[in-house]
Ligand binder design. Structure first.
Ligand SMILES: *[C@@H]1O[C@H](CO)[C@@H](O)[C@H](O)[C@H]1NC(C)=O
Ligand SMILES: *[C@@H]1O[C@H](CO)[C@@H](O)[C@H](O)[C@H]1NC(C)=O
Ligand SMILES: *[C@@H]1O[C@H](CO)[C@@H](O)[C@H](O)[C@H]1NC(C)=O
Ligand SMILES: *[C@@H]1O[C@H](CO)[C@@H](O)[C@H](O)[C@H]1NC(C)=O
Ligand SMILES: *[C@@H]1O[C@H](CO)[C@@H](O)[C@H](O)[C@H]1NC(C)=O
Ligand SMILES: *[C@@H]1O[C@H](CO)[C@@H](O)[C@H](O)[C@H]1NC(C)=O
Ligand SMILES: *[C@@H]1O[C@H](CO)[C@@H](O)[C@H](O)[C@H]1NC(C)=O
Ligand SMILES: *[C@@H]1O[C@H](CO)[C@@H](O)[C@H](O)[C@H]1NC(C)=O
Ligand SMILES: *[C@@H]1O[C@H](CO)[C@@H](O)[C@H](O)[C@H]1NC(C)=O
Length: 836
């Protein structure tokens, strides 16, 4: 053991008084046959406030940022790297632990296999530098035994050198770069920097690689074959190939290819002149950044970005994400917006995934999403002199091909074809068409449901129950009863036909939520003990998955009826994702059990917050209304297949911990084709929220707009649509709304307990008028949900005249008594569906 190892044990962190000779703190070299143990009591061990710890073995120089080598852990101190790092030292050369400016690792020997406490580093008598774990197993070595190594030196530049008796380099860390260069270091041809997995996981399996090639610098992203995102090549003819290198200098990254004259590179990238220590690192995101010390480390340059632009980085928007002005979105066209979805709703930059994964076994059901104004960060021609159709054809024939990228040649019909085996981020090219004259067609799998010939007609599960309840009211309406009976007959036939295939089908739904076993869900919900609510379809229980995620489990009872609606829910919710829609995490179809697993929404449903005085102020209420509108607009206008919710009411609007509102319960939802705007169906939903056209049996998405209008009013007025405890002329909200509108006293209706409603009268009034627009008796006059959003966001005005008599003439056509009598029938909402 070197003497200083023992000597300075006790005075490690003290400052050197000016009169003490500080030289001994400088411990830059070591002799053969020296062994260091990574033990808690080792010398030069310093803890930092970012929880990292260093145990320096060699350190050169005193005062300021210094290079040292030794053991390092980055917070998780179960394992350590043998690394070279920059630390701050005081005037005595002791490592200081400032509250900012933590040690920066610039090289490490074992980033793929960190070692535990009590591991050893040894410079053996034979001259090999070996790292062994606590059990003595060899983890890493320089393989220099027998090469006349005389000692080890930590140089001024941060290079760890094994030298021989003539002071010549036998091995040096500069020849084995990781993801970092330090000033003075050169990257010779054939060497590269490889990014680590993430900022916290330093494993070398990072995606990015910056290589020095005989022609220049190349940045590439890992793939088979790899894809280049950055190139800085020497195009001259005379090439001094073998000797090409890049050098990190004060002020530049210089690239020498042809030139052999130091200081006169073939090209260079400019870096701000160093005021202090710097290092250059290839990040997990593919950026090459330079950092500088100055009371903490800060970024001083993002070297490639000036050349590339933000959107040019392969993972800027994750896989399949499209980058436009540094905003991310998923691939879609006006005809197809449902093939890709965000991996994470709240983090668009994590990319997109295929709703139906590509299957090499089913190439006949593959097709292309032709993206307009989109280009890719790289192009490497697989075929020349071809046309776009042949390019796509070639892609269909090759299982590993993920997209056909076609670049027009100067003769505009023919061009080159690129068939990448992996798709990283795409770039929007709208403003820059001349630069990249290419077209991108992404290979997609046509989902099995779309491939089947006819779209299914979905009938409500509880059609029987509903008929009997609605019977007395609508008994005279023969048409409705007939429809219900006909519907039921069809439903029974349909079920017989489908029953056998259904179980299997569920097992094989691709891109679907997780399938759980009944036992898993029983254990997650503590045997269904904590009930959250009960509804027409069954009870909802709180639970927690093994990974800690909180869930709401809906048990659907009555297998015969439930099966169909269950399937409808799994199909529709499983494939759509939006921040304002409750996420379906999984389902269970285990023997007779049918359960749905949703994300847990800790603030429950909206009815809990608006029917009683609460702290929900005007801003929150307005945001909730906007959230609902966005969720509905997505269902109506942005899904591949239009989805009508059919049961919009406060019980089906859930609130998360930040009071973000999300629509739940698609049990009554029904998928219709986009080009089929009206569809005959049976009546369903919840009385009070039902649009008048239900009676005419012509149902469009505008029924949801109507129900949404009722929800707006309830939210602003802080009461239920029906309140039988109130005096007769106030029991029904809508007639009261009509009356107050005629009297021009709408603001009388607002919830007096709600903070901010009264002081924002003008705005509240506008939202009430918007509700009136949504409630128009003629469904054709109600706004689309996207228009509702525009109005709420102040981008569009309300129509000048609105009809406050909210009941359609259709009703009288069916000889039904006027509105009031319909509303006064004892149809309690909770009979059909309470909170779910
Ligand atoms: C290495 O060995 C030389 C000669 O034996 C000695 O002078 C020197 O102090 C040793 N260095 C260390 C760091 O032990
Ligand atoms: C650093 O932290 C470890 C674990 O928390 C502790 O055992 C050790 O004594 C600390 N070392 C110093 C020098 O403070
Ligand atoms: C490390 O070695 C010391 C001394 O041999 C021992 O006391 C300690 O338990 C060991 N630590 C671990 C984590 O194995
Ligand atoms: C160690 O490196 C320094 C340069 O940083 C050099 O001056 C010194 O001669 C080297 N020592 C040995 C023993 O090689
Ligand atoms: C770090 O990433 C590697 C490669 O992706 C992975 O195998 C390893 O489990 C990760 N380590 C941690 C601690 O997450
Ligand atoms: C870096 O990428 C190149 C291809 O551009 C590849 O040949 C090389 O093996 C990669 N290097 C590392 C260390 O991954
Ligand atoms: C880098 O160069 C600038 C002048 O070009 C000089 O002022 C500065 O001290 C240099 N930095 C270092 C760390 O040598
Ligand atoms: C791009 O290709 C199209 C299609 O052939 C052609 O009409 C257009 O002129 C090309 N644009 C440029 C800038 O080359
Ligand atoms: C399929 O494409 C991959 C990469 O895109 C290529 O390496 C492979 O040779 C192709 N296979 C055939 C049969 O063309």
């Amino acid at each position: 053991m070197p003497p200083q190892w023992i000597l300075y044990l006790t005075i490690l962190t003290c400052c050197c008084p000016a009169y003490v000779i500080c030289q001994p703190y400088d411990y830059p070299t070591a002799n053969l046959s020296t062994r260091w143990i990574n033990s808690v009591s080792a010398d030069h061990s310093v803890n930092f406030t970012d929880l990292s710890t260093v145990r320096a073995i060699l350190l050169r120089g005193t005062f300021g940022p210094r290079y040292a080598c030794g053991f390092y852990c980055n917070g998780n101190c179960d394992t350590y790297l043998f690394a070279i790092f920059i630390v701050q030292t005081n005037s005595g050369g002791g490592i200081t632990s400032p509250s900012i400016g933590f040690p920066q690792v610039v090289w490490s020997a074992n980033r793929n296999s960190p070692v535990p406490i009590n591991s050893t580093l040894e410079l053996t008598a034979e001259g090999d530098l070996q790292l062994r774990d606590a059990g003595g197993l060899l983890v890493w070595s320089t393989n220099t035994a027998g090469m006349s190594v005389a000692g080890m030196n930590m140089t001024e530049l941060g290079n760890l050198v094994l030298f021989n008796a003539r002071n010549m380099v036998v091995w040096q860390s500069f020849d084995h770069p990781t993801d970092t260069l330090v000033p003075g270091q050169i990257l010779i041809s054939g060497k590269s920097l490889t990014s680590s997995v993430s900022l916290t996981n330093w494993t070398e399996a990072g995606l990015f690689n910056l290589s020095m090639t005989p022609k220049g610098l190349v940045g590439s992203v890992e793939s088979d074959p790899s894809q280049e995102y950055y190139e800085n090549l020497y195009r001259g003819t005379k090439q001094n190939k073998e000797a090409s290198y890049a050098k990190f200098q004060n002020g530049s990254l210089q690239v020498y290819i042809n030139s052999v004259e130091p200081g006169n590179p073939d090209f260079s990238l400019t870096i701000p002149a160093a005021k202090s220590a710097q290092y250059m690192k290839l990040g997990p995101d593919g950026h090459l950044r330079v950092y500088e010390w100055g009371a903490g480390w800060s970024e001083v340059s993002d070297l490639l970005t000036g050349y590339l632009g933000e959107c040019h980085y392969p993972m800027v928007c994750g896989k399949y994400g499209i980058c436009s002005n540094s905003q991310c979105s998923c691939p879609r066209t006006s005809a197809n917006s449902g093939s890709f979805r965000q991996v994470n709703d709240r983090q668009p930059d994590l990319g997109c995934s295929e709703v139906t994964p590509l299957s090499c076994k089913a190439p006949t059901t593959q097709s292309f999403l032709d993206l307009e104004d989109v280009t890719y960060f790289t192009f490497s021609s697989d075929f020349e002199g071809t046309d776009m159709d042949s390019c796509k054809q070639a892609c269909l024939l090759n299982c590993s091909c993920k997209a056909a990228i076609f670049q027009y040649g100067s003769d505009s019909s023919k061009g080159s074809c690129y068939l990448p085996s992996q798709i990283f981020s795409l770039m929007n090219n709208e403003k820059d068409k001349t630069h990249y004259n290419s077209s991108v067609s992404i290979k997609i799998q046509v989902p099995p449901s779309a491939a089947s010939p006819a779209s299914e007609t979905v009938f409500p599960a509880n059609v029987v129950g509903k008929k009997s309840i609605l019977g007395p009211v609508l008994g005279s309406t023969l048409g409705i009863s007939f429809l219900a009976v006909a519907g039921l007959a069809f439903y029974v036939r349909w079920r017989k036909r489908k029953d056998e295939v259904e179980e299997d089908y569920l097992d094989h739904v691709p891109g679907m939520p997780t399938r759980f076993s009944y036992e898993e869900l029983a254990s997650a919900t503590d045997n269904f003990t904590k009930k959250l609510g009960e509804g027409g379809f069954g009870s909802v229980y709180e639970g927690t998955l093994k990974d800690g995620e909180r869930i709401a489990v809906k048990c659907l009872d009555g297998v015969g009826q439930i099966k169909k609606s269950f399937l409808a829910e799994v199909e529709s919710i499983g494939s759509i994702h939006h921040v304002n829609l409750v996420r379906l995490i999984g389902f269970c179809a285990d023997k007779s059990h049918r359960l749905l697993v949703y994300e847990y929404m800790c603030n429950g449903s909206l009815d809990r917050w608006i029917y009683t005085p609460t702290s929900l102020d005007w801003n929150l209420r307005r945001r909730i209304i906007l959230d609902i509108a966005k969720g509905l607009a997505y269902l109506h206008e942005d899904c591949r297949q239009k989805i009508i919710h059919l049961d919009i009411k406060p019980q089906n609007i859930l609130l998360d911990e930040n009071f973000n509102a999300k629509l739940s319960d698609f049990g009554l939802s029904k998928l219709i084709d986009r080009n089929q705007s009206e569809v005959v169906t049976t009546m369903r939903g919840t009385p009070g929220y039902l649009a008048p056209e239900w009676l005419s049996a012509i149902i469009t998405e505008k029924v949801d707009v109507y129900s949404f209008g009722v929800v707006i009013l309830e939210t602003l007025c802080g009461r239920k649509n029906f309140e039988f405890s109130k005096p007769e002329d106030e029991a029904h909200l809508l007639p009261l709304f009509t009356k107050k509108a005629e009297e021009e006293r709408l603001l009388d209706l607002i919830d007096s307990s709600c903070e901010g409603l009264e002081s924002n009268g003008a705005e509240v009034l506008k939202v009430m008028q918007l509700a009136a627009w949504c409630l128009q008796g003629d469904h054709g006059k109600r706004p689309a949900m996207s228009v509702v959003i525009n109005v709420l966001e102040g981008l569009q005005n309300l129509p000048k005249s609105l009809d406050y008599n909210f009941f359609n003439p259709n009703i009288s056509a069916h000889k039904i008594q006027p509105a009031a009598s319909q509303l006064s029938t004892p149809l309690l909402p909770s009979i059909l569906s309470g909170p779910r």
